[in-house]
Design a protein around this ligand. Structure first.
Ligand code: SAH
Length: 248
């Protein structure tokens, strides 16, 4: 069981697999006013940066589950590196349908809402693990400006304009699901650059090390087109943020 191999190649050097910088991740941890000992569940925990740094900075305990074997190994190494391996656990597995027996103070899915079949389904899934008074975190893209055509949406690697909402609409949609939005931290174009542009050097180095790999042609084609595509579309049209929710 694993995610499509292309992500394990292009994002192998990422600590944060999202358009969030370490500063934004830290700002979110502070914004949530985390108490030491708070249990945090993270579905699609990637390379574990959120749980590991929050364990170090706020004394939380964490449980993360992710379908990438590579990212999960990186998460475990990161926990050792930051001296928090006794406080965070990372499991390689499919998080679809996962609910924790012991209720948590923060239940998160940051940039992987397909795990619950979309934003609404993921909120419902996370709510099953949440203790009374707990906070749900959803990381999700939104349109900074509405793409004028479906082609522009596809240029942002969306399937369609309807994949995402404008920010006010996204915030309103949380309300319609019965949740207060109690905090949010949004990324900016510099954050997007760290996520997207960092993949280019990784791809270039990978191509040099793996010229005969069956994936080399795909990676070469992606690297050739990525900077221009990204600058024309994603960087201009797509926003991203983490939204903190509490049931009304
Ligand atoms: N939250 C992390 C990773 C976001 S990228 C961060 O912010 O860094 C999306 C993650 O979802 C990837 O790590 C990918 O491996 C993981 N993923 C995709 N499908 C999954 C599934 N069904 N179950 C668990 N993890 C999944």
């Amino acid at each position: 069981m694993d995610i499509p191999r292309i992500f394990n190649i292009t994002e192998s050097a990422h600590r944060i697999h999202n358009p969030f910088t370490p500063e934004k991740l830290a700002a979110l941890g502070v914004a949530l006013r985390l108490e030491p000992g708070t249990r945090v569940l993270d579905l699609g925990s990637g390379s574990g940066e959120m749980l590991c740094t929050w364990a170090r900075d706020h004394g939380i305990t964490g449980f993360g589950i992710d379908m990438s074997q590579l990212f999960t190994e990186q998460a475990k190494r990161r926990a050792e590196e930051l001296g928090v391996a006794d406080r965070v656990t990372f499991i390689h597995g499919d998080a679809s349908g996962f609910a924790s027996d012991e209720k948590v103070g923060v239940a998160a899915c940051v940039g992987a809402t397909w795990i619950g079949g979309g934003v609404a389904g993921t909120i419902e899934l996370l709510a099953r693990s949440l203790r009374t008074g707990g906070i749900i975190l959803i990381g999700e893209p939104y349109w900074r400006q509405l793409p004028p055509t479906e082609d522009v949406a596809r240029g942002c690697l969306a399937n369609a304009i309807s994949d995402f909402l404008l920010l006010p609409e996204l915030l309103a949609s949380f309300g319609r699901l019965g949740y207060d939005v109690v905090e949010m931290v949004l990324t900016d174009q510099d954050g997007w650059d760290r996520y997207e542009a960092a993949q280019w050097l990784t791809m270039r180095r990978w191509l040099e090390a793996n010229p005969n790999d069956e994936f080399a042609r795909d990676v070469r084609a992606t690297l050739t087109s990525a900077p221009e595509r990204y600058a024309a579309y994603t960087r201009e049209y797509l926003g991203w943020g983490v939204f903190a929710l509490m049931p009304r």
